[in-house]
Design a protein around this ligand. Structure first.
Ligand code: HPA
Length: 248
């Protein structure tokens, strides 16, 4: 079954016939909220709002372990994560859609593994290609079918937040090879890998990163809600196609 994790601006899906909501208890604590079970065009989907349904959880407060564990416990094998991100590359401004293929993790202090403690075996999962290629391909197909263009690939810089970045940090991320910056990509992706979930992300640029393009003199995040809403309406359509493609 496919799970959709919605980020900022995506706490509801389009044409989603909800059948039930269920609070899942996990050995790692509480997920961001109840899982919402339902169907889009007769395809079963589980939805989870990453920041909680009232957008109350900051990126560093999200219990990523509980979220991913809860999804797997309900029989999820495929996960698509929707993320709003800052665009580092000048040529991909607000509204650009990326299906990233790499991640650099700059977060710290987050609970980032299931393999710890005396009970768990020491395990080093492979993370060479952090996103599931099968799911990336499906995301790109769904985006194309929606009549949208996208960037195939891109390096997602996962930052701690909740503050935005300094110019020098963005310059450093660019030198490191990053195109996108966001606060929730990790440890979500690596936990998905630890659970053997097929996980990919649809990342929508909602602002130029600090010091870039129209963010040359700063970013007023609360002024981005229009762009975020418009972008997420486009993503909702992409997701409608994705659920079909995912079941093919
Ligand atoms: N930086 C970090 N996270 C973000 C940004 C940003 O500029 N935009 C959306 N999420």
């Amino acid at each position: 079954m496919l799970a959709i994790i919605g980020g900022s601006g995506l706490s509801q899906l389009a044409n989603f016939e909800i059948t039930r909501r269920q609070v899942i208890r996990t050995p790692y604590g509480e997920p961001s909220g109840a899982l919402t079970f339902g169907k889009i065009k007769n395809h079963e989907v589980i939805f989870l709002a990453r920041h909680g349904y009232g957008h109350t959880l900051a990126p560093h407060e999200i219990n990523y372990r509980a979220n991913m564990w809860a999804l797997q416990a309900q029989g999820v094998v495929d996960v698509v994560s929707v993320a709003s991100v800052g665009g580092i590359s000048e040529e991909h401004g607000p509204g650009s859609i990326f299906i990233p293929d790499q991640i650099i993790d700059y977060t710290h202090g987050r609970k980032a593994t299931y393999f710890e403690g005396s009970e768990a075996p020491v395990t080093h999962v492979d993370f060479t290609d952090p996103y599931c290629e099968k799911m990336r391909q499906r995301c790109m197909k769904a985006t194309l079918v929606s009549g949208e263009t996208y960037v195939d690939g891109g390096v997602y810089a996962a930052v701690q937040g909740p503050r935005l970045e300094s110019r020098a940090e963005i310059n450093k991320f660019e030198r490191d090879g990053a195109n996108l910056v966001g606060m929730t990509g990790m440890p979500e992706a690596s936990l998905a890998r630890e659970l053997d979930l097929c996980y990919a992300a649809i990342a929508v640029v909602v602002n130029y990163a600090a010091g870039r393009g129209s963010s040359g003199n700063g970013i007023q995040f609360n002024e981005l809600s229009d762009v975020i809403d418009k972008s997420m309406s486009r993503v909702r359509l992409i997701l409608e196609h994705l659920v079909e493609i995912n079941d093919d």
